[in-house]
Ligand binder design. Structure first.
Ligand code: S6P
Ligand code: ZN
Length: 193
């Protein structure tokens, strides 16, 4: 067997239940409430009001037990609740992988979108069940729930890629995603007010 500096984990099977949007065996689950999204919505006062009004869960991320270390390939299922803050659809914080590596998302339930930004250009993919969204190396990524139901997707990503959230706070994501009478609309990024 190859001599790795850090020995990989042993082979094992993961049950993927698409209907229940669950991975078994389960690894850690991360819950992000509104208070964790400070500085991300354009309307700071509306964000503060939502935090004061029960600090709702915006999204949760359930992982398999594959560790986030170099060469391993962890998976997770993210569930974004439906909602808006001053018209801006609920979303993940968004991050850049410090070690620029690609990632794939498979949409499972609901209606979402994958917003990507490479520092100059923005890309948007409509995500409905069955869509695989490909995130190339070097593109920061954020998921947005643009529907009325929870939006759920599976992510598979290189365990050593890391997560840089500060990059998104500093650079934004190029666009913001707003609710409109007939769906959603991307508008140019504005710093928060
Ligand atoms: C990891 C992958 C996802 C996100 C998750 C939450 O590389 O992109 O598992 O971590 O969707 O988003 P965020 O921006 O809070 O990490
Ligand atoms: Zn990622």
């Amino acid at each position: 067997m190859t001599d790795f500096a850090t020995p990989p984990i042993a082979p094992f099977a993961i049950q993927f239940d698409a209907d229940a949007a669950r991975l078994t065996p389960e690894g850690p689950t991360l819950v992000r409430r509104m208070s964790a999204l400070e500085g991300l919505f354009a309307d700071h006062q509306a964000w503060e009001a939502a935090v004061a009004d029960g600090d709702p869960i915006v999204y949760s991320v359930q992982s398999s037990p594959v560790p986030e270390v170099n060469r391993e390939l962890p998976q997770s299922i993210t569930t974004i609740e439906p909602g808006t803050t001053a018209g801006e659809f609920w979303m993940t914080k968004g991050h850049q992988h410090p070690d620029h590596q690609g990632e794939i998302y498979l949409a499972l339930h609901g209606t979402g979108g994958l917003l990507m930004f490479d520092g100059e250009e923005t890309a948007w993919l409509d995500m409905t069940p069955g869509t695989i969204g490909y995130i190339p190396p070097g593109w920061a990524h954020r998921s947005v729930n643009v529907g009325d139901d929870p939006y759920k997707f599976l992510a598979v990503y290189p365990g050593g890629a890391g997560h840089d959230y500060g990059w998104v706070l500093e650079h934004g994501m190029g666009n913001r995603v707003y609710s409109t009478a007939d769906g959603h609309e991307l508008r140019p990024f504005t710093a928060r007010a």
